[in-house]
Design a protein around this ligand. Structure first.
Ligand SMILES: Nc1ncnc2c1ncn2[C@@H]1O[C@H](COP(=O)(O)OP(=O)(O)OP(=O)(O)O)[C@@H](O)[C@H]1O
Length: 417
């Protein structure tokens, strides 16, 4: 629907886009993300013709943008800008009514019935009807944002551009706006291009995401799953994140790996026997504390395996839904033989993972420090075999630890020794 071909543009201060090419599909929600100053707002201005490319072309339904008359463009695309700090003292209803200007015969003509309907509907949809007679200078940032959105909605356009429209909104109105965008998209097939720094929201609602580099190049464009990868976000935003899948929507969900570790393990070699999600938080905490980690055996697809992969932790893998084979256990034994410390975080014991406790026994015999994290008898599904073995391991020198904090304290003592 919109085609951008070899777009070049810069301000006198700096070049922003150099040969940018991509398409916007009719009826899609496309989110544009990228670092501050990467050119997202500038791109929206170019797409609607309020800035002119230095070279290249922008086509709307195969027609060059500069050939489309301004009133036609005004009916076609509505814009919710980043809210301005000091708007002119219009009443809210007057500002929303400006969304109808593209439909007026001339500046002096009165609002007709469909204008009034569209204005009323926009005020209701954005939850600002009670503010209709107030001056916009008296409104909060979030309220102004909703007024600007209402003005765009009153325009009844087939394309909506939103520039950080959820920026000032509280969680309630952020949800409402998001639902509204989805409704417009589904029911009226409105094409939505939105700039957002809320990556989770962008991933949740967009069919596609355009990720810009700090120099205005396309780092990636595609489905949220294709674009929102830890590697892409690390490369563009230089942040350490883990990308999970939202359990309700399946959309990528970003978990910042903020280093809040108060422990320092200075490269201590730690191997984790984990599984079923019992090792996830510990893997992250040990990684933050700068332990030198390995893990396994783990079935492929186990959430602990996914976490280990994100953190680039070498893992001894077993095929999904299978007991650990002799080969896999032997490889895990080789990993453990190289480590300073073995931590057993697995809680639920069954016939499939019971042999892991033999690996722990061998480690003790080899003189490796072995820690058993929060083991409990009622998590043993082997008819008592696992619990007996855990008792034996403790007699042989394995140390039980209450929780992850206790474990990290003990490991730090080992590092200092
Ligand atoms: N009118 C202007 N004159 C000169 N430089 C400008 C102008 N408008 C924007 N810029 C510069 O162009 C670059 C891109 O700005 P733009 O506002 O498009 O970035 P953005 O990706 O939307 O940023 P943010 O995430 O901070 O909103 C920035 O370096 C900015 O300083």
């Amino acid at each position: 629907m919109i085609q951008v071909n070899n777009l070049c543009f810069g301000f006198t201060t700096a070049e922003i886009f150099n040969n940018l090419s991509f398409d916007i599909h009719q009826g899609e929600i496309l989110s544009v993300i990228g670092p501050n100053g990467s050119g997202k707002s500038t791109l929206l201005r170019l797409l609607r013709g309020s800035l002119k490319p230095q070279s290249g072309e922008i086509l709307w339904d195969h027609i060059p943008l500069e050939k489309i008359p301004t009133p036609a463009m005004a009916r076609r695309v509505a814009v919710v800008p980043q809210s301005s700090a000091t708007p002119f003292p219009y009443k809210v209803r007057e500002l929303v009514a400006m969304g109808r200007y593209p439909y007026r015969k001339n500046f002096l003509s009165f609002e007709n019935k469909s204008d009034l309907q569209a204005i009323e509907q926009a005020l209701v949809m954005t939850d600002i009807l009670p503010l209709a007679e107030r001056s916009v200078t008296q409104l909060s940032g979030g309220e102004i944002q909703r007024v600007l959105l209402a003005r765009a909605l009153a325009q009844n356009s087939s394309v909506l551009f939103l520039d950080e429209a959820t920026n000032h909104l509280d969680i309630d109105h952020r949800f409402e706006l998001t639902e509204l965008m989805l409704r417009l998209n589904r029911e009226q097939h409105t094409t939505i291009v939105q700039i957002s720094h809320d990556l989770d929201l962008a991933a949740a609602i967009s069919q596609r995401i355009l990720l810009l580099t700090e120099h205005g190049n396309i780092a990636a464009i595609g489905s949220p799953q294709e674009v929102m990868t830890a590697a892409n976000l690390q490369q563009i935003f230089r942040v350490d994140v883990k990308v999970d899948s939202n359990p309700f929507t399946g959309a990528p969900q970003i978990v910042p790996l903020i280093n809040n570790s108060t422990h320092q393990l200075n490269g201590l070699k730690v191997h984790l026997i984990c599984g079923g999600g019992n090792g996830k938080t510990l893997l992250r905490r040990l990684h933050m504390a700068k332990a030198n980690l390995t893990a396994g055996p783990l079935n492929q697809g186990d959430s602990d395996e996914t976490t280990a992969n994100v953190l680039n932790v070498p893992v001894v893998q077993e095929i999904p839904f299978s007991p650990f084979s002799k080969n896999t256990l032997a490889t895990a034994g080789q990993f453990i033989a190289q480590t300073d410390v073995l931590v057993v975080t697995t809680r639920w014991w069954g016939a499939g993972n019971l042999p892991c406790l033999d690996l722990a026994e061998k480690a003790i015999q080899q003189g490796t420090a072995v820690f058993l994290l929060s083991q409990q008898q009622d998590q043993d599904y082997t008819g008592g075999k696992a619990w007996d073995k855990i008792q034996q391991l403790q007699q042989q020198g394995a140390l039980p630890v209450r929780n992850e904090e206790h474990l990290l304290d003990e490991l730090e003592k080992l590092t200092a020794a």
